[in-house]
Design a binder for this molecule. Structure first.
Ligand code: IPE
Ligand code: MG
Length: 252
């Protein structure tokens, strides 16, 4: 048994420090739109509109902080439990965003992908998604992934079903199948930010967050600024990421 343990291959060397090679994947659970609106005597839909503005600010600022992939949780599959009018308002905002921002995305080198189920979206929105993805496909500065009607469990389940057809079975090939299910790819999350005070993952990127760092903020999403994103990335860069190995100082 002991001999067996000794033959385990060495742990791969740590990736270069973030400060030298910032190519981060930041995922955001943008929570608190409804409470932001209600506390101001506004309808919840006004909170979602203000949330879309916050998303615009963050998307624009992200590349400056070394972020190369940004995944925003726009609509969870669990949100279907909400009143139809609220879901429709969110769908309308998303459609509006795609129609008005696609040109801007092309100019700014933003590649847009939508991850999540598409079969429950309105036909017109589905078509706009396909058009926006095609139009922005060459963007190399930022990969913006909007999670819409998204459930990580469901994505993993579908990937597992497809996995039977893959000849070479390994964690890597499973990741590749999951990336196909996502369409917008699947990459490890470095930093997960959740606004709105709750501290949970809510069925978001379960596989990809295996080694993510978490930052939870009380602030509601419509109040989130580029400075908050900067502060979260700085907090992330102060954390020691060992991925189960020993910290450098002890391992030497
Ligand atoms: C997050 O804000 C946005 C979406 C889920 C679309 P909420 O709508 O969950 O806002 P709260 O949590 O009710 O304040
Ligand atoms: Mg919420």
């Amino acid at each position: 048994m002991l001999m067996h343990h000794l033959t385990v291959p060495p742990i791969p060397t740590a990736p270069p420090a973030i400060a030298q090679a910032p190519r981060l994947h930041v995922a955001i659970i943008s929570d608190g739109n409804g409470r932001w609106a209600t506390s101001r005597g506004l309808p919840r839909s006004a909170g979602h509109r203000a949330g879309a503005e916050a998303a615009r600010r963050v998307i624009e600022a992200a590349p400056r902080f070394g972020i190369r992939t940004l995944t925003l949780f726009a609509l969870s599959s669990a949100n279907w439990k909400r009143p139809a009018a609220e879901i429709q308002a969110i769908m309308r905002l998303l459609h509006e965003y795609l129609l008005t921002e696609t040109t801007q995305c092309i100019t700014e080198g933003v590649r847009l992908s939508i991850i999540g189920r598409r079969d429950r979206l309105p036909d017109t929105l589905r078509q706009t998604i396909v058009d926006s993805e095609a139009a922005t496909a060459k963007g190399a500065r930022l990969h913006l992934r909007l999670a819409v009607d998204y459930s990580a469990r469901e994505a993993i389940y579908h990937a597992a079903c497809r996995f039977y057809k893959v000849t070479e079975l390994s964690p890597e090939s499973f990741s590749n199948v999951l990336a196909e299910v996502h369409r917008g790819g699947s990459t490890e999350v470095d930093l997960l930010i959740r606004t709105g005070g709750e501290q949970r993952l809510s069925d978001f990127l379960l596989w990809e967050c295996a080694f993510a760092e978490f930052v939870f903020l009380q602030k509601r999403w419509p109040e989130f600024t580029a400075a908050d994103l900067d502060a979260a990335v700085k907090e992330f860069s102060r954390r020691e990421r060992t991925r189960g190995a020993l910290p450098d100082a002890i391992a030497e």
